[in-house]
Design a protein around this ligand. Structure first.
Ligand SMILES: O=C(O)[C@@H](CO)OP(=O)(O)O
Length: 334
């Protein structure tokens, strides 16, 4: 089996069972129908909920107790956008990165801006990122492209003082902000003793198959690192405890994270088996859209651009949101 690169230009969603053709779909996915899958159940039942959850709302941007908690607002659907960070300096050098905190390349910056353009008409109420700079840069660069022009603000909870010192005292300013919640649980899989090694040289030294197992198998960890299963135990538990409740409350969520932390979350959303997840590759800087409705996640594809009609054809709510953005900009231009 060929070693997958971190820069593949195609997102191969092995689980997209409802669309069997091997073409670029209307949603912007390439679906690889050459793969066949068994009906083996995913063993995600192993994932235990982590109870030490942190929950933020827009209200945390302001100390006022009188501001209503909008997280309780009723809605029957919410958008979920997943973005793998843009190309990092170590992606460019083909080095195993894992939890090493490396920034984006110039190309990565451009990818993040392009991703932002693609989702610029999709509502975002709260952003979750890993604690690593490449995911945070991606989230920020993407959000500055958003037509709503809200300001993404990182919430700091590392100490009581950090929380107190970053309070916002204007309701209006708070309403024009989007909370950005960093969570180490969304960090890239810890690559152990491979971190900093060149991927090609490692494959030459240990063999392509061994390195492919370390990189893509579900339960085989790299030396002293995390397997995808171990990464899922923290990333999916965090998603269930902190992100799903937001979606259930009608909040539109964006997650900027990493190849493997997002693979584990997609495995959960798409109910992929341990075999299926091996073929799941995420490109850098490509946003993926899901709709959460009645407790279920529906994959909607990757928004191709601000004028891409397909994305909006899927839900009335997204179409209405875009129409409102159009109306507002017409009023501003008049
Ligand atoms: O190096 C890493 O941390 C990851 C993501 O870039 O690489 P891989 O494609 O091997 O999972």
């Amino acid at each position: 089996m060929a070693t997958a690169t971190s820069h593949q230009s195609v997102v191969s969603f092995a689980s997209l069972r409802s669309s069997p053709s091997s073409t670029i779909s209307q949603c912007g996915f390439k679906i690889d129908s050459s793969l066949s899958f068994t009906s083996k159940k995913t063993n995600f039942c192993k994932i235990k909920a982590i109870t030490s959850s942190v929950s933020y709302d827009n209200t945390l941007l302001s100390p006022s107790k009188t501001i209503p908690d909008n997280s309780q607002k009723k809605s029957n659907e919410a958008a979920l956008i997943l973005i793998r960070h843009g190309e990092s300096l170590w992606n460019e050098k083909n080095l195993f990165t894992g939890c090493v905190d490396v920034p984006l390349t110039e190309k990565g910056v451009e990818e993040a801006i392009e991703a932002g353009k693609r989702i610029s008409n999709i509502p975002v109420d709260v952003i979750f990122t890993s604690s690593l700079i490449r995911a945070q840069m991606t989230a920020m660069l993407a959000m500055i492209q958003h037509r709503r022009k809200k300001v993404p603000i990182i919430l700091h909870d590392e100490s009581e003082q950090a929380k107190t010192w970053s309070q916002v005292f204007s309701d209006e300013t708070k309403n024009q902000s989007i909370p950005v919640i960093p969570a180490w649980q969304l960090n890239e899989r810890m690559y152990g003793e491979l971190q900093g090694l060149n991927k090609q040289e490692t494959a030459e030294r240990y063999g392509k198959e061994q390195v492919h197992e370390w990189r893509r198998s579900y339960d085989i960890p790299p030396p002293k690192g995390e397997s995808l299963e171990m990464c899922a135990e923290r990333a999916v538990a965090y998603f269930q405890d902190n992100i799903e409740p937001k979606l259930a409350a009608g909040k539109n969520v964006m997650i900027a994270a990493h190849g493997n932390s997002l693979r584990s979350i997609i495995m959960y959303l798409d109910k992929l088996t341990c075999q299926e997840v091996i073929s799941l590759e995420l490109s850098t800087g490509i946003p993926l859209l899901y709709i959460f409705k009645e407790g279920k996640f529906m994959k909607r594809g990757s928004p191709v651009g601000p004028t891409e009609a397909g994305v909006y054809a899927y839900t009335k709510r997204l179409a209405q949101y875009r129409q409102k953005l159009e109306d507002d900009s017409e009023v501003l231009c008049a």
